[in-house]
Design a protein around this ligand. Structure first.
Ligand code: UDP
Ligand code: MG
Length: 326
């Protein structure tokens, strides 16, 4: 059996603080796997620079000159983590037997890479890294993540709890994934839908090695919202139920007012009037904004805009055979 060609894809957004260390650690893991002939010597460590404004790209270029195992891809601007993963898989997927995606900050245990390779060889197309302990995350992050997974399950979206974007995909899993051409991408939701042989490996998530999280609260909310509205129309249905409840309440109020009117007990009415106006106004605004969220998605999809723009692609350049002038 020819040696397995593996590409490890590392999305990087302003990761100059951690890159030297993570490149060394991941490089060591790959070198060891090469030496023990578990993976081919053509395997690569592909850094995707998601439009960093710090020294990230310069560091990646420096790594490239040190060892041909290191290679890089640079976006023209920041296009987001999920798109960085997609770009890496798009260029590396067809020329690799398997790819692994891992964060740049060493929060995901690099020791799992070797285990993922073993699982791949024994027939798994998809190997998911699952955190069995989130002690290193803040209480707030744990709580929001838990609520998110629970909520998603309730509205019928199958997610693997505590699996982020640390995973191995075989070439055919990547090819299957590439057929999902939606602009709004939520990899964690799509991958279970591929249906290919899947296995899980558990690991302990470490604190960020250096630098700070690129997922502040605002981005986390946007990400969660994306996940929900990309996979479910439950929120739109909830508007309908809310509408019915509000109408029932207002009908009850109408009956109440009618009875008071008939008994000659004239209502001042100001309080109830203001209450219903404000309440209904609020319900309507929420409803409109939820519909707007979906409409925005449809808008983004029909425009068919590219998910990302690649400025430099050293990975593909190195894959091509050299042109010989005749
Ligand atoms: N990342 C990226 N583009 C972004 C934000 C983040 O490529 O716009 C990368 C980041 O460099 C890291 C990974 O995505 O390798 C996960 O980000 P981070 O560690 O900040 O997220 P957290 O672990 O806090 O959820
Ligand atoms: Mg992180």
């Amino acid at each position: 059996m020819p040696a397995l060609r593996l590409t490890v894809i590392v999305p990087c957004y302003n990761e100059a603080d951690v890159l030297p260390k993570s490149a060394a650690v991941l490089g060591e893991v790959l070198r060891h796997l090469m030496k023990t002939e578990q993976i081919s010597r053509q395997s690569k460590l592909l850094f995707v620079d998601d439009g960093s404004s710090d020294q990230t790209w310069r560091l990646i270029q420096r790594l490239e000159t040190q060892d041909s195992m290191y290679t890089g891809l640079k976006f023209s601007r920041n296009f987001d983590h999920q798109n960085a993963l997609m770009a890496g898989m798009k260029v590396a997927g067809p020329v690799s037997d398997a790819i692994i995606t891992i964060d740049a900050d060493l929060q995901d245990d690099p020791a799992l890479i070797a285990k993922m390779v073993v699982r791949f060889k024994s027939g798994s197309d998809i190997v998911l890294g699952v955190r069995n302990d989130r002690q290193s995350d803040s209480f707030f992050k744990r709580w929001t993540a838990e609520t998110f997974y629970r909520g998603m399950r309730r509205i019928g979206v199958q997610l693997v709890p505590d699996h982020a974007d640390y995973r191995l995909l075989s070439r055919r899993a990547v090819a299957a994934l590439m057929q999902y051409s939606e602009t709004n991408l939520f990899l964690r939701g799509i991958i279970p839908q591929l249906g290919l042989p899947t296995s899980k490996l558990y690991y302990q998530r470490q604190p960020r090695f250096a630098g700070e999280s690129k997922y502040p609260f605002k981005k986390m909310v946007a990400f969660a919202m994306d996940g929900i509205t990309s996979f479910s129309i439950a929120p739109i249905k909830a508007i309908m139920s809310a509408g019915i409840i509000v109408i029932a309440i207002s009908l009850g109020m109408l009956v109440y007012a009618g009875v008071r009117f008939l008994t000659g007990d004239v209502l001042n009415g100001w309080t109830s009037l203001m209450m219903s106006v404000w309440f209904l106004g609020g319900v309507q605004l929420i409803g409109i904004s939820i519909i707007g969220e979906y409409l925005g998605k449809v808008f983004a999809e029909v425009k068919h805009r590219p998910r990302y723009i690649i400025e430099t692609d050293d990975y593909s350049r190195d894959q091509q055979p050299l042109l010989v002038a005749i």
